[in-house]
Design a protein around this ligand. Structure first.
Ligand SMILES: Cc1ncc(COP(=O)(O)O)c(C=O)c1O
Length: 376
């Protein structure tokens, strides 16, 4: 059987045509009309003033931190329950991350942990310079509470919406929160530009400066003049064409992924000790991945056995994000929270959820998960 991936790229005839047209136009480098159009489309959907298409979401976060003046000795708060790319750029800047725990309602950054960290660190003269909030697995965090805490403490907010294109919170789109926000368009995201990301802001001047940094910080003179440190972070015009074509298909993709969640829930929801990632508002999530937890004490099986059983049938499932606090590369980093994400990591997994997953493939996955219970 052909391998079933967790969330593979889903390419249409229209995508092929968009890429072919970009190639035929000869705008194949990181400059050209597709870049401006892709940026304008994402700005329109998020209500942001300015967008910058880049070669990754990680690059977008790095530039956001640079634009906020984050440097050596600065503290940046970041959820522990996320992918390493949410925190790595803090280290690129020579700054220090402090990790925050999750809350049970959305699995995202716990406002209580944020409050405690802001108060404790500020009282000891170590006021954080920025907060990164992550919209995990396509569902937004408790944004009003987080925004208020950042405003009260006058701390900058960056929204990592890498996984949340098309999601929203109280009617406000993911990608519209904070001083800066960003999306990822890497191969496993809800839309892909092969690899890529986009930085967004309402601060047009800062965003334009980030644009300059993303192209080696070249000064606007005839020869190559560089007064500040730059990067080669810009997206190719060919990939912007792909991203723009995929974006036009976003609504269908969300509804297919939502269908996977519903089908898994109705077929597996009766199993003892098996729970689904809580979805606070089904109209507001993008259902990027269907995530479940399996309590070994109530199930007689566990997430590692289910992942192994699926793998034996050439099906990819993955554990939930390993909390950054437990990652060797971040050893010794300070933490505020109640460790619920560590429990989620020990019990949780993501099921194949791609928009090209067929009903038959999903049925096979459901049978295999159920058979783990029968075995036990
Ligand atoms: C939560 C989160 N943040 C950041 C990133 C980084 O994005 P990229 O892979 O485009 O660098 C990703 C995805 O990889 C992610 O899932």
């Amino acid at each position: 059987m052909a391998r079933i991936y967790l969330s593979p790229p889903d390419l249409s005839e229209a995508d092929h045509k968009a890429v072919a047209a970009a190639l035929a136009s000869n705008w194949v480098a990181p400059v050209g009309p597709e870049l401006a159009s892709f940026e304008a489309s994402v700005c329109e959907m998020t209500g942001r003033q300015a967008g910058l298409a880049l070669n990754s979401g990680t690059a977008a976060l790095h530039l956001a931190l640079r634009e906020l003046g984050i440097g050596k000795g600065d503290i940046v708060l970041c959820p522990s329950f996320t992918f390493a790319a949410s925190a790595n750029p803090i280290l690129y800047c020579g700054a220090t991350p402090v990790f925050l725990g999750s809350e049970a309602r959305t699995w995202n950054l716990d406002p209580e942990a944020l409050k405690e960290a802001l108060e404790v660190l500020s009282a000891s003269g170590q006021k954080p310079k920025a907060v990164i909030v992550v919209q995990l697995y396509g569902q937004c965090a408790e944004m009003p509470a987080i925004e208020k805490l950042c405003a009260d403490h006058e701390v900058a907010l960056i929204e990592d919406a890498a996984e949340a294109l098309g999601a929203s919170c109280d009617g406000r789109p993911a990608g519209s929160f904070g001083d800066f926000s960003f999306f990822s368009f890497n191969g496993n995201k809800i839309i892909t530009s092969s690899g890529g990301g986009m930085l967004l802001s309402n601060d047009v001047a800062k965003l334009e400066h980030a644009r300059k940094l993303s192209m080696q910080a070249r000064e606007p003179v005839t020869h190559y003049e560089h007064c500040e440190l730059g990067y080669n972070y810009r997206m190719s015009n060919v990939l912007a064409a792909l991203g723009r074509s995929q974006l036009a298909d976003l609504e269908r993709r969300i509804s297919v992924r939502k269908g996977h969640y519903a089908a898994y829930e109705s077929a597996l929801g009766d199993l003892p000790g098996l729970a689904f990632m809580p979805v606070v508002d089904a109209e507001a999530a993008n259902f990027w991945l269907t995530c479940i937890t399996i309590d070994p004490l109530k199930s007689g099986t566990d997430s590692a056995s289910v992942i192994k059983h699926l793998e034996e049938s050439n099906i990819e499932a993955r554990p939930l994000w390993k909390p950054l606090r437990l990652q060797p590369v971040f050893e010794g980093i300070q933490y505020f929270g109640n460790h619920i994400e560590e429990d989620l990591f020990s019990k949780g997994l993501c099921l194949p959820s791609g928009s090209s997953l067929t009903d038959n493939e999903r049925e096979t996955i459901i049978k295999l998960v159920r058979s783990c219970y029968n075995k036990s």
